[in-house]
Design a protein around this ligand. Structure first.
Ligand SMILES: C[S@@+](CC[C@H](N)C(=O)[O-])C[C@H]1O[C@@H](n2cnc3c(N)ncnc32)[C@H](O)[C@@H]1O
Length: 262
């Protein structure tokens, strides 16, 4: 398995993609579903560069507590800097599979685009359940890469590129299993929604634009193991450039938001 490295370059790349209108809208929807209230204690598992955590910290206010957790030192540093002016916020290094908090320490937890990287989901959801108080909320959002519709002049080549990209995750189809996994961990699933990343035309400052760059980099580094030659990878990229030039670009991918309670 060859997963992504969440280093300083990844921080910059994620920040650029996550400030695009698609992902700003996603954060808005996550906040609508989570409804952080003044005074609440909220955990963000896999806080990344801290964009969502900053919104949550402002909503819980100085009487609340916002704890961001991440296992990548570069992400911890970026989130800590982003949250440094908010005394109710704290960023810690740690793993989603072993939460170093007492039982029932939080009123709610949020985790966007993280559990798809986690190999042992029963363990991680068991930990999430333990650190929430009875009645506490969990809002989990992940992508199912089977939902992708990405126009190409060579669909078979696109499938090979995306099969390689699937290897950056522990489970590229986690949402399809997430409901049963949550129930097995003791949660009650209250609501499930699709959060689409839709680019019906090319727009460089978009989730699709960010993915084009990330997938190109990942496939160049890992494609050999999937039988993808560098010529084929460049042909895939040039095809996208040609579609963009003819205004024929199309990209659609679904993320799934699960709201559950303990
Ligand atoms: C795609 S980023 C999402 C960041 C953030 N949640 C967001 O939506 O903006 C995935 C994050 O999960 C973190 N991560 C991956 N596996 C993790 C684990 N086992 N424990 C804690 N953090 C993890 C990575 O370091 C990275 O910051």
């Amino acid at each position: 398995m060859s997963q992504l490295t969440f280093d300083e370059a990844a921080v910059r790349s994620l920040e650029a993609t996550y400030m695009s209108p698609d992902v700003v809208a996603q954060r808005g929807r996550v906040l609508d579903l989570l409804v952080p209230a003044v005074g609440e204690r909220i955990l963000d598992v896999g806080v990344g560069p801290g964009l969502l955590a900053r919104d949550v910290a402002r909503l819980v206010g100085e009487t609340g507590r916002m704890v961001g957790l991440d296992n990548a030192p570069a992400m911890v540093a970026a989130a800590a800097q982003r949250l440094s002016d908010l005394p109710q916020a704290q960023v810690l290094q740690g793993d989603a599979g072993r939460l170093d908090f007492p039982d029932a320490a939080f009123d709610a937890a949020v985790s966007t685009q993280v559990y798809e990287y986690v190999p042992d989901m029963p363990q991680a959801l068991g930990e999430l359940h333990r650190v929430l108080r009875p009645g506490g909320r969990a809002l989990i959002l992940d992508t199912d890469w089977r939902s992708i519709v990405w126009h190409s002049s060579d669909p078979a080549r696109m499938d090979r590129v995306l099969a390689c990209w699937d290897a950056h995750l522990a489970d590229p189809h986690l949402p399809a299993r997430l409901g049963p996994l949550l129930r097995q961990a003791g949660f009650e699933v209250r609501r499930v929604e699709i959060v689409p990343m839709l680019s019906p035309r090319w727009q460089p400052a978009s989730y699709a634009g960010g993915m084009m760059r990330s997938i190109h980099n990942f496939v160049r580094a890992n494609g050999g193991r999937f039988g993808l030659s560098s010529d084929e990878i460049e042909a895939w990229r040039l095809d996208q450039d040609a579609l963009i030039a003819r205004d024929e670009f199309f990209f659609s991918l679904n993320r799934y938001a699960f709201l559950a309670t303990r």
